[in-house]
Design a protein around this ligand. Structure first.
Ligand SMILES: [Zn+2]
Length: 355
């Protein structure tokens, strides 16, 4: 086991940012173009650069902006877009709350956690935490416009630290003062620094009126995650032996949820998976069973196609993407073209008190 060195991790973060920063704008512009935004004025306005710069960036990404009609449009959503769409909807199921607000609706919370688990199975905790962290920053900035300071320190929740302690905090869930406890409070000044109660009161010597408590989703605690370092694996891989050449690793992608969801809803996967097609557009067919507690027994089938399109800053492939899936039970057969929906159907059929 290697000893964790926070200085090395901080430098790795900085290096990753610097390397990606240089080409981030052109890649994001190209992604917007490929997603169907063909209005150069709109791209220029959104990116805050001149139209000439937009043209240059697109050409650097091998896109000829004069050939509008012949460019293929990618309709499949990126992983980040999927996480954004699903997580925004999951969060919206319940009002945001501060610690002194009304009690949590446990039935709604239970369902939120269940759907969050599906997102983790499909895209991993780090990717979900990364999107949540940026969503939360926007949300806090919005709430700050009407925030009112506390009247007394007794209104602030106690400082609590993760158990076990984290040796990193890549998504900003810990207090900026101690880096040890979770934050519960934000400064009322423009910086919106996030503090734990002890640090705000004792270290920073703020007055209660100088801090406020942002309202957060009930599932905030479930979403807190220390994050992965740049060199840590973020995707499960499928090790493939091709007939000619060395073995290859393919990103499991959505297939991860079906093949490796150990213990989730009694899901099992058969050993005999059919891999086919050319290596850069591989297909995979898998089958198995699911037995949600108190629910029906399902037989499932799932067909995936390998999506090589690079995702986010990490530029790893999307991985296997569900094309079609079926769920068969005594009640009949249902077909799906969306992995989240298919897994959510299994989850919904579990008896609530046995989940
Ligand atoms: Zn602190």
């Amino acid at each position: 086991m290697t000893t964790f060195d926070p200085r090395t991790a901080a430098l790795a973060d900085l290096r990753e940012w610097a390397q990606n920063q240089a080409t981030a704008r052109q890649r994001l512009l190209a992604a917007a173009w490929r997603a169907g935004v063909r209005n150069v004025a709109e791209l220029s306005r959104t990116a805050g650069v001149s139209r000439d710069t937009v043209y240059e960036d697109l050409r650097r990404e091998s896109i000829d902006p004069t050939k509008r009609s012949t460019m293929p449009t990618i309709t499949a959503l990126s992983r980040r877009a999927q996480v954004r769409e699903h997580l925004s909807r999951i969060i919206a199921a319940a009002p945001l709350r501060a610690s002194r607000d009304d009690h949590v609706d446990l039935a709604v919370y239970d369902r939120q956690v269940q759907q969050l688990e599906i997102l983790w199975l499909l895209f991993g905790r780090d990717e979900v935490a990364e999107f949540y962290s940026s969503w939360l920053s926007d949300e806090i900035a919005e709430q700050a416009k009407t925030a009112i300071g506390l009247t007394s320190w007794s209104d602030a929740p106690m400082s609590t630290a993760p158990i076990p302690r984290w040796n990193r905090d890549r998504h900003g869930f810990l207090c900026v003062g101690c880096g040890d406890s979770f934050w519960h409070l934000a400064s009322l000044n423009v910086s919106l620094d996030r503090w734990c109660k002890s640090c705000a009161r004792d270290l920073e010597e703020l007055q209660p009126s100088e801090v406020w408590e942002p309202r957060r989703p009930d599932i905030h605690g479930n979403l807190e995650f220390p994050g992965l370092l740049p060199d840590e694996p973020r995707d499960n891989m499928l090790h493939v032996q091709v007939t000619a050449g060395p073995p290859m690793d393919l990103v499991l992608g959505e297939a991860n949820a079906f093949l490796l969801a150990e213990g989730w809803m009694g899901l099992t996967a058969d050993e005999n998976r059919q891999l086919g097609g050319p290596f850069d557009a591989a297909t995979m067919d898998a089958t198995g069973t699911a037995a949600p507690a108190g629910g029906p027994e399902f037989m499932w089938t799932a067909s995936f196609v390998y999506d090589r399109s690079p995702q986010g800053w990490h530029k790893t492939a999307y991985g296997f993407r569900l094309v079609t899936g079926t769920l068969s039970s005594a009640a009949g057969v249902q077909s799906f073209d969306d992995a989240f929906q298919m897994l959510d159907t299994i989850a919904l059929s579990a008896k609530r008190d046995q989940r």
